[in-house]
Ligand binder design. Structure first.
Ligand code: URP
Ligand code: ZN
Ligand code: ZN
Length: 479
């Protein structure tokens, strides 16, 4: 099947130009002006629209078993909702329980993801350590296309990785050419503060941010970064929510350390007043970690994104419906942590980013797609519009206006953290591997059409350069 996308402005992370895009099967085969439609080709008129690489959300949790329940969004509903918003690939997480085999957990998540409608890949979490974990990391890298490992510095007594585990895993990942990613919150501090807040009589959702102040995140981000520096490995900090974490990232980057950092669409536009909502359910729906922050943090996050200090945008899409959130009715510590957003990320970023003059269209493409593809080593298969790339494309209508609402969204959650926001800019047509999956406000996704995307390890020279940088910082080699 051929598809010709005609008359749009093709925008990549590098440039924008008037061009047509021809897709054959699941690949882009030509980009240029005045392309002929082959016989039988479907022609999509992109006049007045941009043509963008499909969005990549590098941080989602479909059907995650977590805090005594399972996230309500599965791989089919979640990737379908993503497509409705212009996102054509997710990187989700396989999270072994402590003592569980990494391969067993990875295989379980792979099976769950068979129903995905768009492409996906997996970071694998390191939640414990012994020699078998070290061996299985190698198997995952060499045989299964896993090039990133996740570490939760929070969630004590569950999936938290202590410093010893971080060190062992970071070192091993470095040897294997894999990237370490980190949820940065000091789990011990959170644990103690939660107890103190609860015992002081604060049992509702307002206790959640009190037990996870910005310092808790800043400390952990800095610790992870410094451990990575000493070991000479790159590191990626997920969901930076505050100045404190951003400062640690900026300082390290200015010292020449290879540190990457992600920000969530939610943290960019939602502030901590949501926890003071008198409606318990509404407040509980905002319980996620790290929590929402006061407005000066949002300003700093936007500046970090504009300056390139934050390279990727994600959603940490992890949906729990109201009855699930109500498990913590009498104790905020039991409210399952997580919010949704995979469908809304692109619109929110376009509206508040491009629409408000903070980002150019090319910068938008970089932070919603290309940078994630580069950092996780799948560029230019993903995140690009060029011959040979996967035909994951979005015809983006910069004038389309819609009001975000749980009543109309496609995500499997009875709440939307962006409820009532009127946003300008939306996906008019989404193609996943050359198939139209969203057009005219209609989803056409197919269960199981998505494919697993293996991600190769990073090249040796990249690691060598990293080691050299580290040595330089420590003054061991000539500059
Ligand atoms: O609250 C959150 N973020 N839930 C999902 C798990 C995680 O920490 O990423
Ligand atoms: Zn997290
Ligand atoms: Zn997460």
């Amino acid at each position: 099947m051929s598809i010709l996308i005609r008359g749009g402005e093709v925008v990549t992370a590098d440039d924008g130009k008037r061009a047509d895009v021809l897709c054959e099967g699941d690949k882009i085969v030509a980009v240029g002006e005045g392309l002929e439609a082959p016989a039988g080709a479907q022609v999509i008129d992109a006049g007045g629209c941009y043509v963008l690489p499909g969005g990549i959300d590098p941080h989602t949790h479909m059907e995650l078993p977590f805090m005594g329940t399972v996230a309500s969004e599965d791989f089919f509903s979640g990737t379908s909702a993503a497509a409705a918003g212009g996102t054509t690939m997710i990187i989700d997480f396989a999270i072994p329980d402590p003592q569980e085999s990494l391969i067993a957990a990875y295989s379980k998540w792979r099976a769950w993801a068979e129903k995905a409608a768009c492409d996906y890949s997996f970071h694998v979490a390191i939640t414990w350590w012994d020699d078998s974990v070290s061996r299985e990391m190698e198997v995952l890298v060499r045989e299964h296309g896993v090039n990133s490992f996740k570490h939760f510095m929070a969630y004590k007594n569950a999936i938290m990785a202590d410093d010893e585990t971080l060190m062992n895993s970071f070192r091993r990942a470095g040897e294997l050419g894999a990237l370490c990613t980190v949820h940065a919150e000091n789990g011990e501090l959170v644990y103690q503060l939660q107890r103190e807040v609860f015992e002081s009589g604060i049992t509702g959702p307002e206790g959640h941010p009190l037990s996870r102040p910005p310092e808790v995140e800043g400390e952990a981000a800095n610790r992870a970064i410094r451990i990575a520096e000493v070991l000479g490995v790159p590191v990626y900090i997920v969901h930076n929510s505050c100045v404190d974490a951003l400062d640690a990232v900026v300082r390290a980057r200015l010292e020449g350390q290879r540190v990457f950092a992600e920000v969530l669409a939610q943290h960019l536009v939602i502030d901590d007043s949501v926890y003071r909502d008198r409606d318990w359910d509404r407040a509980a729906h905002h319980v996620m970690s790290p929590p929402f922050r006061s407005s000066e943090h949002q300003d700093a996050l936007w500046r970090g994104l504009q300056a390139g200090m934050l390279q990727t945008t994600a959603t940490d899409h992890c949906c729990f419906c109201t009855p699930q959130k109500q498990a913590g009715k009498d104790d905020f510590r039991l409210i399952p942590n997580g919010t949704g957003g995979v469908e809304d990320r692109m619109s929110v970023l376009w509206h508040y980013g491009v629409g408000m003059g903070r980002l150019t269209p090319s910068e938008f493409v970089a932070v919603t797609s290309t940078n994630a593809a580069r950092i996780f080593n799948i560029y230019p298969q993903k995140g690009a519009i060029c011959a040979g790339a996967d035909a994951d494309l979005v015809v983006w209508d910069p004038e389309a206006t819609h009001t975000i609402s749980a009543r109309t969204h496609h995500m499997n959650i009875d709440f939307n953290v962006f409820e009532g926001r009127k946003v300008v800019g939306n996906a008019a047509v989404t193609l996943s591997r050359g198939e139209v999956v969203w057009q005219g406000g209609e989803l056409r996704t197919k269960k199981g059409a998505g494919r697993y995307v293996p991600r190769p390890p990073f090249a040796d020279y990249w690691r060598a350069q990293e080691l050299r940088n580290t040595a330089q910082v420590r003054g061991k080699v000539d500059r």
